[in-house]
Design a protein around this ligand. Structure first.
Ligand code: GLY
Length: 400
């Protein structure tokens, strides 16, 4: 038994040595050069993407098997990612044609500020108008964002203490998905600019109930929690829609939670959210199915690992979240988060994951999974993978 432990110890030391050696191989100066180069090539690719769509449409995904680009109208939950990516790329490259295209498409998106049928207004309006208003604040953009925050709040049930994600035909249902954590950033912004704390309190209530009801003891999360409209405080069912199984850990859901609780800590400075983000990180990083190249399988419990599809979108979200979380945590964890984020970005920037210029309809990254159980958008390029990759590269540039 002693010998086995000795062997395990020696193996661990040598694996740690290889990982450390690998991490040291890429110097910060080279990383900075790489990130800047990737942002310039991403900007070129998005200049191509803008020629591939009709004026009132938003790029959604690219399907390599039949060389087709899918688009959506403004009400689809992903409509903010295209303008958001253009704006990040404009910020990094100062290519004015990107901003022009973003401002043009925002006119098409603008009406969604009054859309009360979706919880995705944070994704749709804050990734887009939020970025434009950050770069060039204007009363007009502020009003759009405030109306969006108000529309989002109409979906909050004060008795249940959560914002409704999906509508249901059954009156007792109140469906909340983990993704909804991402929409809370818009509410914190609204409190900051108006001084009205009601947005802040809604975000905090939602996050607290998410910790209570969405998370398992190992800090993995369910995808969907169906609260009971009839019995406040009760949960009817916990299940999945986009993951492999009700009890599995859908990769993008884990990434949304990681990013969501990181932004909760940024907004509130409440240690419980930092703890949550750290624990989610532990779950991901210590999971036996987290691959060596850090590009997560679409579900941590997918049955055919190591042959299961990767989800590049989950990897990009994780990288961006870890680059921020590293600022809030102790030096040891910070180093771990930064190294993992850097490894993800380096890997995503290789030919294996990055589309060649002028291909993939103008998208940047290949190999994301949208909704595998519905056979929808499996192993494709997808707008939100590009958005969080660009955001993460921008965060990396600002750190080095
Ligand atoms: N529903 C958002 C997502 O697919 O992650």
């Amino acid at each position: 038994m002693k010998q086995i432990w000795l062997l395990v110890l020696i193996l661990n030391i040598s694996i740690a040595g290889i990982v450390n050696a690998q991490q040291k191989v890429i110097k910060d100066a080279d990383l900075l050069k790489m990130a800047k180069k990737e942002l310039v090539s991403a900007a070129k690719q998005y200049n191509f993407l803008k020629t591939q769509i009709n004026p009132d449409q938003f790029p959604k995904a690219y399907f390599p098997e039949n060389d087709s680009l899918s688009t959506s109208n403004s009400s689809w939950w992903c409509s903010g990612f295209y303008p958001g990516s253009l704006l990040y790329l404009y910020e990094q490259t100062k290519d004015a044609s990107l901003k022009k295209e973003a401002v043009r498409i925002l006119k098409v998106l603008e009406k969604e500020q009054f859309n009360k049928n979706t919880h995705d207004l944070g994704f749709m309006m804050f990734c887009s108008f939020g970025n434009l208003n950050r770069l060039e604040p204007k009363e007009e953009y502020k009003q759009v964002l405030l109306n969006s925050a108000k529309s989002l709040c109409t979906r909050f049930d004060p008795k249940l203490g959560v914002i409704k994600s999906w509508d249901s035909k059954k009156p007792a249902d109140f469906l909340v998905i983990i993704d909804n954590m991402m929409n809370l950033e818009l509410l914190f912004w609204a409190t900051k600019v108006t001084g009205d704390s009601s947005y802040y309190h809604i975000a905090v209530k939602h996050a607290d109930n998410t910790i209570k009801n969405h998370y398992r003891p190992d800090y993995s999360s369910y995808h969907v929690v169906n609260y009971s409209k009839d019995m406040p405080g009760e949960v009817q069912r916990r299940h999945t829609a986009q993951g492999y199984a009700d009890e599995s850990a859908w990769a993008r859901g884990q990434a949304w939670g990681l990013y969501g609780f990181t932004l909760m800590y940024r907004a509130t400075k409440d240690e419980k959210y930092l703890n949550q983000a750290n624990k989610i990180s532990d779950f991901i990083l210590n999971h036996p199915n987290f691959p060596q190249d850090k590009i997560a399988y679409w579900d941590f419990n997918a049955p055919n690992i190591p042959d299961a599809k990767r989800d590049v979108s989950a990897a990009a979200i994780m990288a961006s979240a870890w680059l921020e979380l590293a600022d809030y945590t102790n030096p040891e964890d910070a180093k771990k988060y930064l190294n993992n984020a850097k490894e993800i970005l380096v890997t995503l920037s290789t030919d294996k994951y990055k589309a060649k210029p002028g291909t993939y309809g103008g998208f940047i990254l290949k190999h994301s999974v949208g909704h595998l159980p519905a056979h929808s958008e499996v192993d494709v390029a997808i707008s939100y993978a590009d958005y969080y990759y660009i955001e993460a590269l921008s965060r990396l540039v600002s750190k080095i």
